[in-house]
Design a protein. Sequence first.
Lengths: 578, 578
Amino acid sequence: MDKIYRVNMTELKVREEKCPSKYAALGGRGLTSTIVNDEIPATCHPLGAHNKLILAPGLLSGTSAACSGRMSFGGKSPLTGTIKESNVGGIASQKLAKNNVKAIIIEGIPKDDKFYILEVTKDGVKILPAGDLAGLGTYELNKKLWDKYGKVGVICIGVAGEERMCNAGISVNDPEGGPGRYAGRGGLGAVMGSKKIKAIIVDDKGTDKVPVKDEEKFKQAAKAFSQVLLKHAVTGQALPNFGTAVLVNIVNEAGGFPTKNFRRGRFDTAANISGEKIAEVAKARGGEGKAVHVCHPGCIIRCSNIYPDKSGKALVAPLEYETVWSLGGNLEVDDLDKVAYMNRLCNDIGLDTIEAGVTLAVAAEAGLAKWGDGDSFIKLLEEVGKKTPLGRVLGQGATVTGRVFGITRVPACKGQGFPAYDPRTVKGVGVTYATSTMGGDHTAGYAVLQNILKVGGDVNPLKTEGQVDVSRTMQIATATVDCTGLCLFVAIACLDLPEGLQAIIDMINAEYGTTLKVDDIAKIGTQVMKTELEFNKKAGFTRADDRLPEFFDEEKCPPHNLTFEIKPEELDKVWANI
Amino acid sequence: MDKIYRVNMTELKVREEKCPSKYAALGGRGLTSTIVNDEIPATCHPLGAHNKLILAPGLLSGTSAACSGRMSFGGKSPLTGTIKESNVGGIASQKLAKNNVKAIIIEGIPKDDKFYILEVTKDGVKILPAGDLAGLGTYELNKKLWDKYGKVGVICIGVAGEERMCNAGISVNDPEGGPGRYAGRGGLGAVMGSKKIKAIIVDDKGTDKVPVKDEEKFKQAAKAFSQVLLKHAVTGQALPNFGTAVLVNIVNEAGGFPTKNFRRGRFDTAANISGEKIAEVAKARGGEGKAVHVCHPGCIIRCSNIYPDKSGKALVAPLEYETVWSLGGNLEVDDLDKVAYMNRLCNDIGLDTIEAGVTLAVAAEAGLAKWGDGDSFIKLLEEVGKKTPLGRVLGQGATVTGRVFGITRVPACKGQGFPAYDPRTVKGVGVTYATSTMGGDHTAGYAVLQNILKVGGDVNPLKTEGQVDVSRTMQIATATVDCTGLCLFVAIACLDLPEGLQAIIDMINAEYGTTLKVDDIAKIGTQVMKTELEFNKKAGFTRADDRLPEFFDEEKCPPHNLTFEIKPEELDKVWANI
């Protein structure tokens, strides 16, 4: 991978650049965040001509490494104003890597008001008119593109992105051509929309395998890596059997499952929307439903699923933990069919499901929908697709919705809504929500592992002790994993089985001829964090932005009846000495 | 003035406190900003229980000093997130001072959802139920309150404030009982609404004159001060004859009158909405119309006016320069009756007219109204009053409206829309928009004086040279004036006639027995700025927030065809050494 394509949408021209040597060792998030920090003026308007959208496969993408199908999108977030990296599975990353693409940098804004499509092949990148593909929902769009181009990778936006709604994600298709894999958080779909790109097609026809310097060494390391993933209970059993929604009962039991807009940490009927229930329904209904499914070839964790409707037709894939929480428990909705339908609506319109659910809960606070009444929330989501004023507000996410309707009880930091773990009861992830470089986010530093799953350590989720350290460690480790193109779930296995980390390092060394050591993992992640913190500082962020909304310090969360308790000066220690 | 009333809206209790000695020398903005910085957690939610609303008459309020009827409102702004002071004329300030009120600090939020009224008399402050006064427009509200309480001072909010819309201002009544004097900018009406206070009645029945230590000395100084105001061409002639809208033709001629959402600096038919035209219509229609009017007893500048409808009935008072610009030229509307009607609508709903007009222009960019079509803009304003989703968006101001509708061409800084001077053509005020402690604001440092009116200096408005210094000087001087309770317009005279400054200092010394010198004026203002900058720093603001939107650096403004040109590093010099 040594090509960088620079796509100038103002001039409608593409330039192929050789990857500069300073970027050679970078991939995925490490590369997108470095380019963002190097090239984007930090105070620019995120939807203006000076922001850029950067795509980069991970270092191991396109190889035979298990679970290496992630790619990163980077830019300045219109939702948060911070730097943003959002990575995603699906089938495009491996195809980009096979096309020898290190990164695509999309800049400028077209002078006219038309939408375009980018077509990436081994011969380069073409800018084509989108014609009547503009305005389509992502399901119809994906179908039309596969009809025309065959089983290509499809990176696209829905109406939300076209309309520059700040909760717009970027969809990547799965092996069945469904648009359910989302680089959801942070609104980069709106950035893609601002650049008037409806879809990016990635065709790997005629490409070779990704070059690997030492094939034999790579093969051995890849095998060892797979064994680690299969051996660990979470990646080898829990996730393959029940998907990420296996967490519903676990987090609910722990009292950290935010219910009714973070009013309490336990939802009485959570079992109705659990991973176990999803598997049961998929099995019972049969047809296209699948309890186990991959988002890209070579995944052996297979946490994805296909949720069927009553007739057995695929309704949505995947139905994930964060989504059954955001569109389910957080709204007191326990009807799985309605949750799945809302998930499909979000995918079709092009919305991040986490932010969408947090937003709907804020809308319920404003009296626009009724707790527990799935249909009332479905109506609100439909407003977004119709682009009504109300729909446009909801499409902006929870913070703007709260502001427009005068609601102060908005669980968000730096403008991004909180995911499926109450920060008062799972305090480590609360530290991550406050201090991540990208606003309220769980994957940025998934202390749920140590707090709840007791993977990679055991830190009492209800106590303040140790949370700052565990969040920092996880944020740095995650930044490293996000460079590799590996799914973050591999970290679950590697934290308990250290031979996994060695295998990752061995694979990278075998592919690139480098001499990295396991000790370098923290260095890589630390450098990514430094880069991102530097951008945010230039953009005007300070530690004063690393605060949870005040109700987490004042309202006790049942059943444990705790507030967040971690003090600002503790939070400030996360990045004090980086 | 030595009483501080602390009104706790959570407990519905009032506590009378003796003014602490550290606040004794402070008044108006100096006092509100100091209390804000001392008492409000800088990172709190502006509409939550931790924000406070602080009222303080100026140091000279209630005395016989000419033009001393201003009072300050302070708090954390829900529009900008910064510290906010907004001062206003009308009849309440003098009555507060006569009641010996140094400040009222309103804190907490009621537990129920009902609105209240505060009644301030010589005996203290009472919290009364608002009953069916809640929900009323400010015109009807003011009428009902005068019917019940007599000609009291009325401080109130409209529906916009009740609904916590961030462009809600606070109205103070004029001598005729009209609600046209607004502490408009920064959304403190939403803070008052969040505290569930519909109105504050100020009755000075049974009060004495404000005590003055040296009556004779005060009388002499007050006389000298009046003479200065009457002598200067602007305060003695231009403003009394044509009101502030005398600026329309002047600024338009200078090419700095932002037209069609800051697309150019000259509006072909500006004369139709000029001060001269207002005076002509008021004279021709007769009836209640007045080209010259005072906003409070003792004003000798008399820049206010009463604009009559076709039948001679008062439609709105006053019709000011900033408003005929925001609801007129900025929308390409040159029909004075429609502009006046929009102004009345804003007053009635409780919106700041500047932000409202900037917002309507952004709405026109989004295709929601038609440039030049007054009726289309009137319809949008009516949506605000009806509290529809669209109306609630518009009630949030220009920045949120731009975000909801995907418009990047929003003339605003720190979330507050720009007033009636194009920063590319009147560069000194552009520096103020960028660097004021309260977002885009002209009164914070009115370099228009030196740039256009050639008062207090002559700095070419089209050149970058000298603008940073003139903006800083004006921001500091303004901060001082805002402490006194004097109308900012007195500065116009005092900048050219230094005996005016001496007279102000003499009046303060005579009232309080202090020994201030003219040299202390800059020190007082500098201390206010330091206090405000300190609060903003704690709230997370940095110099990166002191930037104009990028289109001012890229689009040239006809007729002079200039961009803003002043570089970030120049802007950063404004507060580098304070």
